[in-house]
Ligand binder design. Structure first.
Ligand code: AMP
Length: 608
């Protein structure tokens, strides 16, 4: 039976889930972990590593270990936030051909969707291993505040990974879906989602009829756990500078170790009130002496260092409630999502703001993937009477005369939706209009984000204001925008689907899809070879253990000599084949080993 998986593609960790027999379950990776680090690395030998194994080697291979690409996806290279990331990460971000950030790992340059695709492909494989079947369809989650370009780029990543992303849903919406699934409740719920890289807050109405309606949503795509880690890093760096007059930032390896230590300390301080950051041999002094970093960090110090970050999330909550026209008292349940919501101070501040303790019923790391899986199953099974009504997080419109922004679809409109507005020419004999599609909340167009542009030509020559053009905006269920402009007189039309800001061309995308497919085949072959090698090794060791016993039984007989020689030859051949790395040949040798083992067991068994 066809399965749709739900993937929470996180900044730091990803999670995959599926609905089985009506129950959503999270799928553990091979190591038994239910979340997988969203990390990709390339080793010196050119091998790609994804997940825990990439994370484990990141300190010694910092320049070629990528994390937090979600912060870059769908953004332009000159975006201030990309520029900020440039300074803080140990891997190399360079400018791509479409003014997009690209990542250099060893001698190859990758687009951001390509890196995200490697993570998605890993999650797909985890699910395939578990389900024992190929998986082609997925629902992928994104922060509610992701704009159109970021959503498109995430879809591109899915396509590269060989996944048909049948729906993109917002993370808090997915969380609410998982929270409300099968509960038969009517409630207004606030989902506070603070993950590694992003913050989202959504107010939702859950109804017992199966309707999940988002009332309002807001967030900040550059506010998350990493900012908390950064505060700790800055504090450690400043302390070290005071003590030794050395800037640890100069050293990539030191920076990576600091990053790991800062995150670890932050996490520890969720359960203890003080922790020691201990980094021996962090750097050498000018006199070539090894220097160590050792500092005590208390929970209250951490709270002080990050107070403004927490405050910012609360301000956004306040704004969202206002947008929704609701009062704190209207919120009947608060659901916490994201690893950062384990921080006690955050739980306290959220509880204080909403005036109620948050729900303890959901697992903050797994709830989003579970919601995505539920939505995936519902899309596959049309019988399910579950309706998800999400909203658009940004106002959409076009630029008009004077550099103003004319709104077509206001923020927090339920999607899918479509709105039209009539415009006229502004100059005499104007035969073409340029439509600049934008999103944002400012009245001044230049302060908003340009999503795309197109030109409607062939207008009738007439006095300014006489030719009418109807502009229609449409947002589909994925939150992706398309725009049409129509000359009302001639019916002539032009339209665009706003493409990702990463702007990968069709050729580039096709090329990446082929690369990823080749990788999947090679990886499966590698895995099969590894499995066969293990099987052969076990058989050889068992045969070798049996050998002296067999020798004892058959000693002196021609049959015995013959059998022993044959057995030794089979073992030797299997060993050589293992080194050659040909799976098919090794499988044949495994069969020969199994025959030998059976024969040996028979001989020993007869006397034993
Ligand atoms: P997510 O994006 O939801 O996977 O959240 C990841 C973020 O949660 C990272 O910044 C982690 O450092 C942080 N995190 C995970 N566990 C804890 C914890 N026990 N205490 C504080 N932060 C945590």
């Amino acid at each position: 039976m066809e399965k749709v998986i739900g993937i929470d593609l996180g900044t730091f960790n990803s999670c995959v889930a599926v609905v089985e027999g009506g129950t959503p379950v999270v799928i553990a990776n091979r190591g038994g972990y239910k979340t997988t680090p969203s990390m990709v690395a390339v080793t010196e030998a050119g091998k790609r590593l994804v997940g825990h194994i990439a994370k484990r080697q990141a300190v010694t291979n910092a320049e070629n270990s990528v994390y937090a690409v979600k912060r870059l996806i769908g953004r332009k290279f000159n975006n201030p936030q990309v520029q900020a990331a440039l300074k803080n990460v140990a891997y190399r971000i360079i400018e791509g051909p479409h003014n997009d950030p690209r990542i250099q790992l060893r001698d190859k340059v990758y687009s951001v969707p390509e890196i995200s695709a490697m993570i998605l492909q890993e999650m797909k494989m985890i699910a395939e291993d578990y389900l024992g079947q190929e998986v082609a369809k997925a629902v992928v989650t994104v922060p509610a505040y992701f704009n159109d370009g970021q959503r498109q780029a995430t879809k591109d990543a899915g396509a590269i990974a060989g996944l048909d992303v049948i729906r993109i849903i917002n993370e808090p919406t997915a969380a609410a879906l998982a929270y409300g699934f099968g509960k038969n409740i009517d409630k207004t719920v606030a989902v506070y989602d603070l993950g590694g890289g992003t913050f989202d807050i959504s107010i939702m109405e859950i109804s017992s009829t199966g309707v999940f309606k988002v009332v309002s949503t807001a967030g900040d795509t550059f506010l998350g756990g990493e900012d908390f880690d950064q505060r700790v890093i800055d504090w450690l760096v400043a302390g070290f500078k005071d003590e030794h007059d050395i800037d640890l930032r100069q050293d990539r390896m030191a920076l990576q170790r600091l990053k790991d230590a800062a995150e670890k300390a932050k996490c520890e301080l969720s359960s203890v009130v003080e922790t020691e950051v201990n980094l021996p041999f962090i750097i050498s002094s000018a006199r070539n002496e090894a220097l160590h970093l050792q500092r005590l960090l208390t929970r209250s110090q951490l709270e002080e260092l990050t107070e403004d970050l927490i405050k910012r999330t609360i301000e956004i909550c306040e704004m969202t409630l206002e947008e929704a026209g609701l009062d704190k008292a209207d919120i009947e349940e608060v659901v916490l999502v994201g690893g950062m919501t384990r921080v006690p101070r955050i739980q306290q501040e959220v509880a204080k703001f909403f005036g109620r303790e948050p729900s303890k019923n959901v697992h903050p790391d797994e709830v989003v993937a579970l919601g995505a899986a539920i939505q995936g199953a519902a899309l596959l099974d049309e019988q399910q009477d579950m309706v998800l009504l999400d909203v658009t997080p940004h106002t959409l419109g076009i630029m008009v005369v004077g550099g103003y922004f004319e709104e077509l679809i206001p923020q927090n409109s339920t999607v899918p939706t479509s709105r039209s507005k009539d415009f006229t020419t502004v100059r005499d004999n104007q035969t073409a209009v340029k439509i600049l599609v934008m999103q944002g909340e400012s009245k001044r167009a230049e302060e908003n984000e340009l999503l795309g542009e197109f030109i409607l030509t062939g207008l009738r020559r007439a006095v300014a204001g006489q030719v009418e053009i109807e502009v229609t905006f449409e947002i589909n269920a994925d939150g992706i925008v398309s725009v049409h402009a129509k000359d009302k007189e001639t019916g002539k039309e032009q339209s665009i689907t706003v493409t990702s800001t990463s702007g990968l061309t069709k050729e580039e995308l096709d090329h990446m899809i082929t690369d990823a497919k080749d990788y999947a085949v090679a990886r499966r072959d590698d895995e099969e070879l590894e499995k066969a090698k293990q099987e052969a090794t076990t058989l050889i060791s068992e045969i070798q253990k049996l050998m002296p016993k067999v020798e004892e039984v058959v000693a002196g007989s021609d049959f015995g000599r013959d059998a022993m020689e044959k057995a030794k030859a089979v073992v030797d051949k299997a060993k050589t084949t293992m080194q050659q790395g040909d799976v098919k040949a090794l499988r044949e040798q495994i069969e020969a080993l199994q025959r030998t083992q059976r024969m040996f067991k028979g001989v020993v068994g007869k006397v034993g």
